[in-house]
Design a protein around this ligand. Structure first.
Ligand code: GRF
Length: 207
């Protein structure tokens, strides 16, 4: 696992596709003095609020659109090169709505983190909150995990539970999950930057 070298903050590149509340939470945390990580760029697959928020914060941004590339492999390579140009120690997928390809995962092996709005392995995929509600669970939550080649299948780093209420809609439950998810993500990045993550097969120990 990558940790901080002699007082150098750990460099983070954020990936986001949506409203950017999670990426903004990481940015806000990194602005605190004494924070062990520094966000160096936000990269997206589309023009979106996350990119606008990052630009307003004075952060470097880049948009790598699948439509600008002949196929998935070419897009994967372009995304990899763009992210690599920012020299990240860790890459954080915070609401990035694309599956990362083999080129990307090879380049940043074991240093890509994703956050997901359900308690994995329950409800993987793009509609986790909707699926959890439709299933009728009483408790859902969020998971921060390492990214592997599958869809939301990488080793779990940390999880937090959120109660599902009788009158929840997808929007109300997702908002409540996101407020917990933002805190959890910042906590995990702080631990990662401080060298407090250790992996042992599928187990990730947070000390
Ligand atoms: C989060 O719940 C994330 O887990 C999911 O999309 C949401 C992103 O929220 N993949 P925001 O765009 O950062 O507000």
């Amino acid at each position: 696992m990558v940790s901080v070298d002699a007082g150098q903050p750990c460099r983070i590149v954020l990936l986001a596709s949506g409203t950017g509340s999670l990426s903004q939470a990481v940015l806000d945390a990194s602005a605190d003095s004494g924070c062990l990580f520094r966000v160096v760029a936000l990269v997206s697959d589309r023009d979106c609020a996350a990119v606008e928020k990052a630009q307003r914060a004075g952060l470097a941004t880049a948009v790598v659109r699948p439509a600008d590339h002949p196929d998935r492999a070419a897009w994967d390579l372009a995304l990899t090169q763009t992210v690599r140009s920012f020299g990240p120690d860790w890459v954080v997928s915070a609401g990035f709505m694309r599956i990362l390809g083999p080129e990307f995962l090879g380049a940043f092996d074991g240093r890509v983190v994703n956050t997901h709005p359900a308690l994995l392995p329950a409800f993987p995929g793009a509609h986790a909150v909707r699926d959890a509600l439709a299933y009728g669970v009483a408790v859902s939550g969020c998971t921060v995990h390492l990214v592997d080649a599958g869809v939301d299948t990488g080793p779990v780093i940390a999880q937090r539970a959120v109660e599902v209420r009788q009158d929840d809609t997808e929007a109300t439950l997702h908002e409540r999950i996101k407020s917990v998810e933002r805190e959890l993500l910042v906590d995990v990045l702080t631990a990662a930057a401080g060298g407090r993550l250790r992996t042992e097969g599928r187990k990730v120990h947070l000390s």
